[in-house]
Design a protein around this ligand. Structure first.
Ligand SMILES: Cc1ncc(COP(=O)(O)O)c(C=O)c1O
Length: 411
């Protein structure tokens, strides 16, 4: 039987324990939703005040040069690169994940013409599927989207396949794809591969260059702690950059934006993936979020993430037995991202009751309770307390109250 004291002891031995001070996590809350919105880094409010008052307020438009606002996308990209196993010039911060997917999927199709098929997974995150549907619709007969079940992905590779688009860690189940094996298999079939790293960056070790990924995209507001609606990032393997043409060819991706010429000429390197003016305030917050990883080894992050997930599952299995939960994520930590998923027919009401008790997880329709573990600020004792409250809620009847059934706009 695991006790709270065991968990407190693990916290004293945790090599990442010091990183919690880099965040402001309210002590009244057990925050298990860093996979949806990372916690507020302690340095962000002061940084935003400076950018607002000193840079924008006092230095005004001069700040584009004086404070290198114009260089923010590339500078932040260079800081994200080592977290995902890429080189500095392969990553840039820009736009949203959805928009970056559109740009890179279109670019990938174009690079691999005359092949015309994009393959993805049924049940992939909706925006990925919707953006691909939009792209294929726009291209008429020149492209086709095929969706297959997870287990059928490798057998769906054929000579028509231009681009494989997969989310590395599934948003609901936390199941993790083998990036290396799938990328090699797709390449062997002549296809390019685009990985959505939204639930991976800042949570698991990634080796984009070693695994020969072609393209990747990911969120800035989840484990990278960039703040609500933070800019996203994208990756293009160095050897593909010269030939890359993306359709949102705005002036920020031009070789010389301030020449104001009539003809689009792509910038050298990763900058050609940019479109318009960067959101400076949001970029400043993202920079602080990414800086929470300074001096942190992603190997330590991954080890702790697996241990937190294993602890949650072990406690839930023993403390919540008979409460009607089914485990909806891989039990093997090597096959799982930094989240666990429990299935329960009344999952929505249970999560609402849990949130009222100060444990913040989230719900994904129709029946998944999702708990994400951000290793930089989640403690082992938090996991013990969270499951303790979950057990108390499910053995009582309070969660059945009418008010926990009311659906908010965001779940
Ligand atoms: C796998 C995945 N892709 C993309 C997104 C979101 O994209 P956007 O930031 O453009 O809304 C999410 C959000 O949760 C996600 O889980």
């Amino acid at each position: 039987m695991i006790t709270r004291a065991d968990c407190e002891h693990r916290d004293t031995e945790d090599p990442l324990a010091h990183a919690r001070a880099r965040f402001r996590v309210p002590e009244s809350v057990i925050y298990l939703d860093g996979n949806s919105l990372g916690a507020l880094p302690a340095a962000t409010p002061a940084r935003l005040a400076d950018v607002t008052e000193k840079e924008w307020g006092a230095d005004l438009i001069r700040s584009w040069n004086a404070h290198d606002w114009i260089g923010l996308p590339a500078r932040i990209g260079a800081r994200i690169a080592p977290l995902i196993g890429a080189e500095c010039g392969e990553v840039i911060a820009a736009d949203s994940t959805s928009v970056n997917l559109f740009k890179l999927a279109a670019a990938g199709l174009r690079l691999n013409a005359p092949r015309r098929v994009i393959l993805s997974e049924r049940g992939n995150f909706p925006t990925d599927l919707y953006v691909l549907q939009g792209l294929v619709g726009m291209l008429g007969g020149a492209a086709e989207l095929r969706l297959v079940a997870r287990e059928d992905i490798p057998s769906a590779f054929d000579e028509s396949l231009a681009l494989l688009v997969l989310t590395h860690i599934h948003y609901k189940t936390g199941a993790l794809h083998d990036m290396n094996a799938l990328t090699q298999a797709a390449h062997a079939a002549g296809a390019l591969v685009l990985w959505d790293l939204s639930h991976s960056a800042g949570a698991v070790e990634l080796f984009l260059d070693r695994d020969r990924a072609d393209f990747a995209i990911g969120c800035g507001y989840k484990y990278l702690n960039g703040g609500p609606g933070a800019p996203a990032f994208l990756f293009v393997a160095e050897h593909l950059q010269k030939q890359l043409r993306q359709p949102l060819s705005g002036w920020m991706g031009h070789a010389a934006p301030f020449e104001f010429g009539d003809e689009y000429r792509p910038a050298e390197g990763i900058a050609r993936t940019l479109c318009g003016t960067p959101a400076v305030l949001a970029m400043a917050a993202l920079a602080e979020g990414v800086a929470t990883f300074d001096g942190i080894a992603m190997r330590d992050v991954r080890n702790k993430s697996k241990a937190l997930g294993d602890l949650f599952l072990a406690l839930a299995l023993s403390r919540c037995a008979g409460a009607g939960f089914e485990i909806a994520c891989p039990r093997d930590a090597d096959q799982r991202g930094s989240q666990v998923a429990l299935r329960h027919a009344e999952g929505y009401a249970i999560i609402q009751a849990l949130i009222e008790q100060g444990v913040i997880g989230d719900f994904r329709a129709p029946d998944i309770l999702r708990f994400g573990f951000a290793p930089l600020y989640t403690r082992y004792a938090d996991i013990w307390d969270a499951v303790d409250r979950l057990a108390a809620i499910t053995t009582g009847a309070r969660w059945r109250e009418e008010r926990f059934q009311i659906r908010a706009a965001v779940t």
